[in-house]
Design a protein around this ligand. Structure first.
Ligand code: SF4
Length: 268
């Protein structure tokens, strides 16, 4: 005990002031989603489509390439095979959106092709500084869990922001789901959601939950939360790093702006 007290005093404060104040987000040099420049695409080239292991990159019959970031695991294979730099590596990992359609690349400012955007639900004022999360692993590889755990270390110190994990859905405001939703986990997922009091919110965390990831759509699992629960926030990433999860939670609470629109991250 004395040793721990001495260690603490000697280390001083290690918690980052980010994101409420400028400071280190702890993710220097980390790759994020590949940045897409459709104008650089070469006619007839489909190297990225063949290289993408999750089907995130598609090509229309007219040869137009598109990307759905909800299915992207940031493996960087498209950036490696692209001969023209149409896909390039980036550090854009803060990809939280309220509307899943915003994860599909389209011309900036254009409307999604499947109709107008739905009006997002807002978290009530009383939850903005006191949010309780029930995490549910719906078939994850545990990569996302490892990043979630890091939120509780002294560097990120999630509790300083008034955000807490709770083991019981009865006390939870937010259901944070990881994994592609295996067939076996569908029922426990729905029962957990039903056990939560209103108002209840849902966050799809990690590419498995947003679009199925590598395993999604196979014989044993769904393709994430779409069509299973009403999702209030989508955060792709494989796994999303702790700073991305923290950023997403604050976007949900309206304490940070959502910066991704039309599959493109606005730079401040
Ligand atoms: S980085 Fe994303 S889009 Fe590119 S190949 Fe990997 S999964 Fe596909």
């Amino acid at each position: 005990m004395i040793n721990w007290a001495w260690f603490g005093l000697r280390s001083g404060r290690v918690t980052t002031p980010w994101p409420e104040d400028p400071g280190d987000d702890g993710q220097k040099g980390v790759y994020g989603m590949p940045r897409f420049h459709p104008a650089r695409c070469e006619a007839g080239c489909s190297d990225c489509v063949s290289a993408c292991p999750t089907g995130a990159i598609t090509q229309s019959p007219e040869g137009r390439t598109g990307i759905d970031y909800a299915r992207c695991i940031s493996c960087q294979r498209c950036t490696e095979v692209c001969p023209t730099g149409a896909f390039e590596p980036s550090a854009e990992w803060a990809f939280a959106v309220r509307d899943r359609a915003d994860l599909i690349f389209r011309e900036a400012g254009s409307e999604p092709t499947d109709g107008p955007k739905p009006t997002p639900r807002r978290v009530p004022r009383e939850l903005k500084r006191s949010l309780h999360i029930r995490h549910l692993d719906a078939g994850s590889c545990n990569g996302c869990e490892s990043e979630l755990e890091a939120l509780l270390n002294p560097f990120y110190n999630l509790h300083r922001l008034g955000i807490f994990f709770t083991p019981s859905p009865r006390f939870a405001d937010l259901l944070l789901v990881t994994g592609p939703v295996t067939i076996a986990m569908r029922e426990p997922l729905l029962r957990t959601y039903e056990a939560m009091p209103e108002p209840r919110f849902v966050m799809a965390t990690g590419t498995c939950a947003t679009g199925g990831g590598i395993a999604g759509g196979g014989y044993a699992c769904h393709q994430g939360l779409q069509g299973i629960l009403p999702v209030d926030l989508w955060l792709p990433g494989c796994p999303p790093n702790p700073a991305a999860i923290l950023d997403a939670l604050l976007v949900l609470l309206d304490r940070r702006p959502a910066r991704v629109q039309c599959g493109q991250l606005e730079t401040p």
